[in-house]
Each structure stands twice: as C-alpha cells, then as structure tokens.
Design a protein around this ligand. Structure first.
Ligand code: FPP
Length: 248
C-alpha cells in the first residue's frame, strides 16, 4: 500500500502549519544563488497545497516571511517579495479552480505596497472558496501578535470593558491574527532544524511537531503523506493518561 492510501481520512489534522526551511542551503548545495532555492520552493508550495486540498485538510499555513527575515541582504528580500507577488498573481486561477481561499497573517500593512496589493486582490478573488484555506504567514512573528493581543486586551481593561481576571484563553486566541483559524494539530519543519522560530507560539500548545531533514525545495506530496502518517501514529493525550484516552 502506498503512503497516501494508508492515511486515515477520519483522523486527518484539520490544520497543518509548515516552516518551509532550507531553500538557501539547497541552492548552495547545487552551486546556485539562494534565490534559486526560493524559486524552486514555489513548486513545493504547489504540491503541498494540492495534496492537502485533495486529502481534505481544511487549513494549511505556510511561514513565508518572518519579521526577522528583513535582516537578510536587500537583494534577497526584494527577490522574495517579487516572487510572492508573481506567485500569488499566477496561482489565483489554480486557487479558484480548486476552490481554495487565500488568507494572510502577519503585519501585512508593513509589506511593500505591491506585495500588499497582490495579496489583497488574491484574498478578495478567492474569499468565497470553501474547500481549503491557504494561509500565508508574511511579515509574521508570534511575539508580535501576542504583544498586540496583550496591548488590545489591556486597552479594554483600561476602558473598563473587561476585568483583568476575566481574560480567558479563548479571548487571547480571539485577539491573535489567527482568530478565525483553528489551532494547528500538526507543525512540520523541513531542513533538519529543530526550532520553532517565533511561529504560532500560542497556537501550537498541543500540536504534534514533525521535523524532517529534507530541504523545502525537495519536499513533495509523498513527504507530506509521511508526516501525516507519523502524526496519526502518535497518541494525542492533552495532559491525560493513555488509559483515559482509550476509555474516552
Ligand atoms: C526558508 O529558507 C524560506 C523562506 C524564508 C522563504 C520561503 C518562500 C518561498 C518558498 C517562496 C514563495 C512562497 C509562497 C508562499 C508563494 P531559507 O532561505 O531560510 O533557507 P536556509 O535556511 O537554507 O538559508
């Protein structure tokens, strides 16, 4: 049996988040500039989006640009921004054909105006699609959104709209940029790095973490199936004992 047919569709993660890493090292290994790696990473984005939609995963979040990425050489930042604009524009038709809605999380207003424009147009065109939501994390950092949530909640407390002791986990979730998106059950990071790098820190409280040595430009559908199978073979206990899970 191939990996895809071994997947239990009743136990699919609703939301998969991916830290796409290793573009630069993959390119270097081939004796090419880093940007070559980013360009080839787009094919992996296509494959993973298609595989998730085919299986029935409802949300796929891709970490495409972190707030820390601004410190890369200007040439690389500009190339990444152009690639984003180009990819979003080019792929809108595929998103429409596959009933996929595009969303973005992060400090979008601080992106170059061309990138913002492409994103806003892409999100608008696909807004009524229902099969899957593809979320691009752009100019995103978890500490940024947690800080913003704390500031917004503090303002409400200051205005007397809320008492500090009434603040719940759900309220905090509702003040994050993922407010309309369920928490991911599975987080994948490619390229052999075992870090979270300021990604969805609040939302991954109970997520299963899956690390693979494969560089992002080489990540294919088969690798995604392997990650899902690995996830399905784990016991998710949420702080309970194994016996409690079996008896549930
Ligand atoms: C990490 O590899 C990758 C990125 C920072 C960018 C990912 C972007 C794409 C795949 C392009 C387009 C994406 C979309 C969603 C349209 P790295 O550069 O950190 O690699 P390294 O760790 O080997 O240096």
């Amino acid at each position: 049996m191939d990996s895809k047919s071994k997947i239990d569709l009743q136990k699919l993660p609703r939301h998969i988040a991916v830290i796409m890493d290793g573009n630069g090292r993959w390119a270097k290994q081939m004796g090419k500039p880093r940007v070559f790696g980013h360009k080839n990473g787009v094919q992996s984005v296509r494959e993973v989006s298609e595989a998730c939609a085919e299986l029935g995963v409802e949300y796929l979040t891709l970490y495409a640009f972190s707030t820390e990425n601004w410190s890369r050489p200007a040439f690389e930042v500009n190339a990444l921004m152009s690639l984003l604009v180009e990819t979003v524009r080019k792929e809108v038709k595929t998103l429409m054909d596959n009933d996929i809605r595009l969303e973005a999380i992060g400090d979008i207003e601080k992106l170059p105006s061309k990138t913002q424009k492409a994103l806003i147009e892409g999100m608008h065109t696909t807004k009524d699609n229902k099969r899957m939501t593809l979320v691009l994390a752009l100019n995103y950092s978890a500490r940024w959104e947690i800080r913003k949530a704390v500031q917004d909640l503090s303002t409400k407390v200051k205005l007397g709209e809320l008492a500090a002791e009434e603040i719940t986990d759900d309220m905090i979730s509702a003040h994050l940029s993922t407010k309309r998106i369920p928490d991911p059950e599975l987080l994948i990071r490619t390229s052999g790095e075992h870090r979270i790098s300021n990604f969805l820190l609040w939302q991954i409280a109970y997520a299963e973490l899956y690390f693979t040595d494969i560089f992002w430009p080489e990540f294919r559908k088969e690798n995604l199936y392997q990650a899902i199978l690995n996830y399905q073979n784990r016991e998710r206990r949420f702080g309970k004992t194994s016996d409690q899970i079996v008896l549930k």
